[in-house]
Design a protein around this ligand. Structure first.
Ligand SMILES: [Zn+2]
Length: 364
């Protein structure tokens, strides 16, 4: 199998356009913090993937998580010192406890609902580093060391990044996507990569709260902003483009349909922007089918993202077709799944309108 070397090894939750906006419009200190957080958003260390995909259906041991949390003590060096290992009692540090719990919920959703045993499906240890750097306004997946890294935020615009469990789930999912699909972090395939992380990040939050699709907030990064920022989160799957509108951070630029698809060079070709389109498709499927989103919509998406047809250049349309294939396999008694998936991708204009409703009965 051909080896693919991704250009990116770090995947930040805060997109570069927000950090550029802060750097341009903020105070001197805000600018310094934004530039520090940008270093990750722009990091381009090449890494080498493990050769090919190793799909293991082995279940060697009882499937429980193995977590190790490290503390960088405000330095920019990884991994930091071990502060909590699997099974150790809760301590006094909130970031450590939130990272530990968030990795636990992430593990349990993937294991209990999709039968996946950790990142590599072979029980790999889940690693996180907290208190990375100082006044650090980002969290990221580090593909080289296979760990999630959290800043504390500067307390001025951003709070500590472990407060949002969907951020933990988002970053961990980058590890799974790199392992399974190897999507190029550029253009549509990159936006699909981002969207998969948002979708499963949100599902992990919903799972941890026992929420149905109707009850969920569908936000990514809820609670990260301080009261100074006019916004509720970094992104919204329910209503892309509405998460924030702030004099310093700028306005949420996400489109909900292909009509708003943007062709740009920045942000690796708009990976954090155009991800709004498949994000919204997932939201539409989940709410159309109702109940817990991970049961049907999440199942369809998981099967699609781990399909062997996924590759570096997978487009939105390719992915839409994979979800249709999986929806057909899942098809329940009423056959609603395929219809919901078809309609969602049509609604966001990734797939063309195929059919007019034949249920237009004589209305009175
Ligand atoms: Zn991401």
């Amino acid at each position: 199998m051909q080896q693919h070397i991704p250009r990116h090894s770090r995947y930040g939750i805060v997109p570069p356009y927000i950090l550029y906006s802060i750097a341009n419009r903020g105070t001197r200190t805000q600018r310094q913090h934004a530039l520090r957080a940008l270093q990750v958003a722009l990091s381009t260390h090449p890494t080498r993937q493990a050769a090919g995909r190793r799909r293991s259906i082995q279940r060697t041991q009882s499937p429980t998580p193995r977590r190790t949390i490290y503390d960088a003590h405000h330095s920019g060096r990884l991994p930091g010192k071990i502060v909590r290992k699997e099974g150790q009692a809760i301590g006094s540090d909130s970031a450590t406890n939130e990272a530990y719990d968030g990795l636990g919920w992430s593990y349990r959703l993937y294991q209990q609902k999709f039968g996946r045993n950790s990142i590599d499906n072979q029980g790999q240890t889940l690693k996180a580093t907290v208190h990375y750097s100082s006044d650090y306004n980002n969290a990221f997946w580090d593909e080289r060391s296979k760990r999630v890294v959290f800043g504390d935020g500067d307390g001025d615009l951003f709070r500590r990044f472990t407060v949002a469990i969907e951020v933990i789930g988002h970053e961990l999912t980058h590890g799974i996507t790199a392992y399974e699909a190897d999507l190029d972090y550029k253009g549509q395939s990159g936006a699909l990569n981002e969207s998969i992380s948002d979708v499963f990040g949100s599902l992990i939050k919903q799972f941890s709260r026992g929420q149905t699709a109707d009850q969920a907030d569908w936000l990514i990064g809820e609670g990260l902003f301080t009261h100074k920022v006019q916004g509720v989160a970094l992104r919204s799957l329910k209503a892309p483009g509405t998460a924030y509108n702030d004099p310093i951070l700028g306005q949420d630029p996400q489109p909900a349909t292909m009509d708003g698809y943007i062709e740009i060079e920045d942000d690796d070709g708009g990976v954090h922007t155009n991800s709004g389109i498949p994000n919204h498709a997932f939201y539409l499927v989940a709410t159309a089918l109702g109940g817990y989103a991970w049961e049907k919509a999440g199942h369809i998406w998981y099967k699609a993202m781990t399909d062997s047809a996924m590759g570096p250049q997978t487009t939105f349309k390719d992915f839409a077709n994979l979800t249709l294939k999986q929806a057909e396999r899942l098809q329940g008694d009423e056959g609603k799944e395929r219809e919901a998936v078809q309609q969602a991708w049509e609604a966001v204009k990734v797939l063309p309108h195929k059919h007019t409703s034949n249920e237009e009965s004589a209305a009175d």
